[in-house]
Design a protein around this ligand. Structure first.
Ligand SMILES: [Ca+2]
Length: 236
């Protein structure tokens, strides 16, 4: 009986895990210092206030566009845009860095440290596949700061819609997975336009409904089994 109950518990845990929303598109800075993140379509990089105290004074995350076609790497870029920002300038800043054209030293793409509480309108585009996001503490005991930055892979080369590409009105090419997700990946809004999004179901939404339905059925079966055992007096 104990074995049956354990199996039921494991099934329930599996089901609960399955219905948790996919967090693939959100990456948290405190877990990424020194890491390389490959972006297939788009990723949000998030810093939340509670993370700041335990982070090092400099936290760099290298962001690289996924590419099937290495020879076209100069046409495949990462674009960064701020969705939120709140960093006291006397305490810290964000810098966007990328490899220099003639050496391997990091050079600022923006020329400035980014701080304050106004969302920058500037879009930061890598010159090649890779760009680096750096969070810097001026005041080591800094205990609160936040930002949310959207990184989108942009293909300036050929856009193959049969292979999952979507050609924006401004001729940039993004992955179709970023259509109608409430984020302006194209920068001109064409990936979020009514003509694209009315009646549109994203892959994630379809997957969510399928996974949720399957998980719901399994949970229902487990509940019924437990209920029947309780009725028959064989409670775990
Ligand atoms: Ca979008």
């Amino acid at each position: 009986m104990a074995t049956v109950c354990l199996i039921q518990l494991l099934v329930l845990v599996f089901c609960l895990h399955g219905v948790v929303p996919d967090s693939r598109e959100a990456k948290y800075m405190n877990t990424l210092c020194g890491e390389l993140v490959i972006v297939k379509n788009a990723v949000r990089f998030i810093l939340e206030p509670y993370m700041v105290m335990k982070m090092p004074e400099d936290c760099e995350v290298h962001i690289q566009a996924f590419s099937d076609y290495y020879i076209y790497k100069d046409k495949i870029n990462i674009e960064l845009s701020f969705l939120g920002l709140n960093i006291a300038c006397e305490q810290g800043s964000v810098e966007i860095l990328q490899l220099g054209d003639y050496d391997d030293k990091l050079a600022s793409a923006s020329g400035d440290s980014i701080c304050g509480d106004e969302i920058p309108e500037q879009i930061f585009r890598s010159t090649e596949e890779t760009i680096t996001l750096k969070f810097h503490k001026i005041y080591p005991q800094m205990y609160t700061a936040s930002f949310e930055i959207l990184a989108t892979k942009i293909d300036k080369g050929a856009c193959y819609e049969d292979y999952g590409g979507f050609l924006c009105d401004n001729q940039a090419c993004v992955d179709r997975d970023v259509l109608c997700d409430d984020y302006n990946n194209c920068r001109d809004g064409s990936d979020e336009s009514d003509s694209e999004c009315i009646g549109f179901w994203t892959t994630a939404a379809i997957s969510g409904v399928v996974v949720g339905s399957v998980a719901g059925v399994i949970v229902l079966v487990v509940v019924l089994i437990v209920f029947r055992k309780i009725r028959h007096g064989s409670v775990c």
